[in-house]
Ligand binder design. Structure first.
Ligand code: ADP
Length: 263
């Protein structure tokens, strides 16, 4: 490798997965949901996005892949600016930002698990052995290879959520955005999903009210409250700051001691 090549590889590695600059947005009815959000997430980081209901978390997430736009500021994913007017860019942004919605049934609609996971990459033109490899790899990463030929509706809720994660991983995203990943899971499924998320080698932004899940999985937490980021710190510091939690209507479950958890 020449010196110039080495420098360009280094520069590429330093491009953050996500850069949000001065993002402000009001809905058409005039409700101001975001008031200038700045957030940078480096490659491979796992960050929890915390905040009370109505804080603007969904509004922020929907800006990451250009579903919402038209306000002020800028969003870049792996260095590429979200430009809702440029179809090719938007397509690439939607590949880079893998959103796993709260209800897996919003994401699974094909006759078999395999077809659901193949759907996105096939749409991008991936075919044959490459497509098979992607599907196998994505299902393997969430421990769901053995259900590849089953209809998604025949799986448990926890299994369907894991398959929904696989549909996004098959796109080889720059950042995995999870909306309340632990919601409606029984304790065993919740733990299994945590182990899977912990094992993935991808950048993660996790929207959650489940503070123990944030403590377990995300070294860094950001609090969004009233459309602004009011804290951005190690999760341990956030969860042990009782005044901060109270101010932003965040509550630790009864008996949970953040000082007793460490991976
Ligand atoms: P969160 O996901 O943190 O609960 P949201 O992003 O859903 O917060 O909402 C942020 C603010 O925007 C709230 O005041 C909410 O009422 C408002 N809001 C959300 N969706 C709409 C919409 N479609 N039209 C008008 N206001 C909205």
């Amino acid at each position: 490798m020449t010196g110039v090549e080495a420098q360009s590889v280094e520069a590429h590695l330093e491009v953050p997965s996500l850069e949000v600059r001065g993002l402000a947005y009001a809905y058409p009815d005039g409700t101001q949901a975001l008031y200038g959000v700045d957030l940078t997430i480096g490659r491979g980081e796992r960050v929890a996005l915390l905040g009370p209901n109505g804080a603007g978390k969904t509004t922020l997430v929907l800006h990451l892949n250009g579903i919402l736009h038209g306000g002020l500021g800028e969003v870049r994913v792996g260095g590429l600016a979200v430009d809702p007017k440029d179809k090719a860019t938007l397509r690439e942004i939607r590949r880079r930002v893998g959103i796993v919605f709260q209800d897996p049934d919003d994401q699974l609609f094909m006759p078999t698990v395999r077809e659901d996971v193949a759907f996105g990459p096939a749409n991008l033109g991936v075919r044959g052995a490459d497509l098979d490899r992607r599907v196998r790899d994505a299902l393997g990463r969430v421990g769901m290879l053995e259900v590849a030929d089953r209809p998604p509706q025949h799986l448990s809720f926890g299994q369907r959520r894991r398959v929904a994660v696989a549909t996004v991983l098959a796109m080889e995203p720059e950042i995995l955005v999870l909306d309340e990943p632990s919601s409606n899971l029984d304790p065993a499924s919740r733990r299994e999903l945590a182990e899977i998320l912990f094992s993935l080698d991808v950048t993660v932004l996790m929207v959650t009210h489940d503070l123990p899940y944030a403590a377990e999985l995300c070294p860094r937490s950001v609090i969004l409250s009233g459309g602004v980021i009011t804290a951005d710190a190690p999760t341990f510091d956030v969860l042990t700051d009782t005044g901060l939690l109270r101010t932003h209507r965040l509550e630790l479950p009864f008996g949970f001691d953040p000082t007793a958890t460490a991976r």
